[in-house]
Design a protein around this ligand. Structure first.
Ligand code: NAD
Length: 361
């Protein structure tokens, strides 16, 4: 990859590499855009096969955070960190673990608040506690906003209600059948909300333990991991992996709506966004649908500290925003994610233009 060319094309501000030989830390942080505020995004710890793979992932994830926060109306930009290595090895070595995460914290401190980190795949709240020993530019700490997953699920549910209103005429899921792929943190809380509403729930997961919890608590129906795409349902809710909307799955979908908490649901945004549209299936852009978690965590940075009521009010706005996106994309003929992208870009550009007011002579 020609990194500078790519960064210029997609407006990336900064890409930083950091290593600490003593602890074995190898981290990359990408700050995509700070027009709306400091960049915020979690730290992913992953056994990347190559350095290029890690760079590609951090670039893609950081840019996604810019759009997610911009569309959610947050005073935040987009950034992300990745750490190359095996997280499970570190978890077995408590002494190195503390030093490793404190080294990471010192590095984050060196970015002077242009980037704020949080936990993500492969990292835990305890790791962030160590990071916090060296920097205040970290959110999602114990005793503050807590686990983001119930809030992500709530936002997903609001988005689903907006889609139901658009497609079925009523913002009501009673009697509707929802196929939830993956009942981990987000999927489980989503099932809880759907169950309360009287929806029929069909689930799939690779974890028997997680399946049984949902069967016991919500009386869900279970199907195999490969059968979830083709079940008879009104809504398909991907809450596990990315890229599940692809050439193989689109032809077998029987739903009218795709709306779930997973990131990067469309394997190829344009190709598969169009393919869904051609099949008459409404797609709820994932970066709006799953913004509840980042909205909630952002309230740790608010004046006066974390405020749950304000956070819930903000998450509630996902409903209105999704309604607007569905209406506009219908009027313009754009794909729903294109309308969402444009809204985010408009906000960033409007704010970018006022940045020079006080510095201009
Ligand atoms: P999780 O790991 O807790 O849950 C994922 C679940 O999917 C697990 O139960 C896992 O067993 C299951 N799974 C894995 N492979 C599967 C397969 N082939 N078929 C069916 N199930 C499978 O993760 P999570 O925190 O619930 O996140 C789920 C998705 O939502 C991810 O894409 C994540 O990036 C996205 N997301 C999460 C949050 C959040 O607040 N946790 C916020 C934004 C986006």
């Amino acid at each position: 990859m020609e990194k500078f060319k790519y960064m210029e094309e997609y407006g990336f501000e900064q890409l930083c590499f950091f290593q600490d030989k003593g602890t074995g830390l190898k981290a990359i942080t990408c700050i995509h855009n700070t027009v709306l505020g400091p960049s915020l995004g979690g730290t992913r710890f992953w056994n990347y096969k190559t350095e290029d793979e890690a760079v590609e992932d951090v670039l893609r994830l950081a840019r996604g955070m810019t759009y997610k926060s911009a569309l959610a109306g947050l005073p935040l930009g987009g950034g992300k960190s990745v750490i190359i290595g095996d997280a499970s090895v570190l978890k077995k070595d408590p002494i190195r673990r503390e030093a490793f995460w404190r080294a990471f914290g010192r590095y984050i401190e060196g970015l002077s608040g242009r980037y704020i980190t949080a936990e993500d795949v492969g990292t835990s709240t305890q790791d962030m506690v160590y990071v916090n020993m060296e920097t205040n530019h970290v959110v999602g700490l114990p005793g503050r906003s807590g686990d983001p997953s119930p809030f992500t699920a709530l936002g997903t549910y609001k988005s689903m209600l907006a889609c139901a209103k658009h497609v079925f005429g009523e913002a009501d899921l009673k009697g509707k059948t929802v196929a939830v792929q993956g009942v981990g943190n987000v999927g489980y809380y989503l099932c809880e909300l759907l169950h309360k509403d009287g929806a029929n729930i069909i689930i799939s997961d690779v974890s028997e333990e997680r399946i049984q919890k949902c069967v016991k608590e919500f009386g869900v129906k279970v199907v195999g991991v490969n059968d979830i795409y083709s079940v008879d349902c009104d809504i398909y809710a991907p809450c596990a992996l990315g890229a599940t909307i692809n050439d193989d799955t689109i032809p077998v979908l029987k739903c009218k709506i795709v709306c779930g908490g997973a990131n990067n649901q469309l394997r190829d945004a344009h190709v598969h966004g169009n393919a869904l549209k051609n099949r008459g299936i409404v797609y709820a852009p994932d970066f709006l649908t799953n913004a509840g978690g980042v909205i909630n965590v952002s309230y740790e940075l608010a004046e006066g500290g974390y405020n749950k009521e304000a956070s819930l009010r903000d998450i509630d706005r996902i409903y209105r925003r999704m309604r607007d996106i569905l209406r506009i994309s219908e009027e313009t003929g754009e794909l729903t994610f294109q309308t969402a992208d444009k809204m985010a870009e408009e906000r960033i550009e409007a704010v970018r233009n006022i940045k020079s007011i006080l510095t201009r002579r």
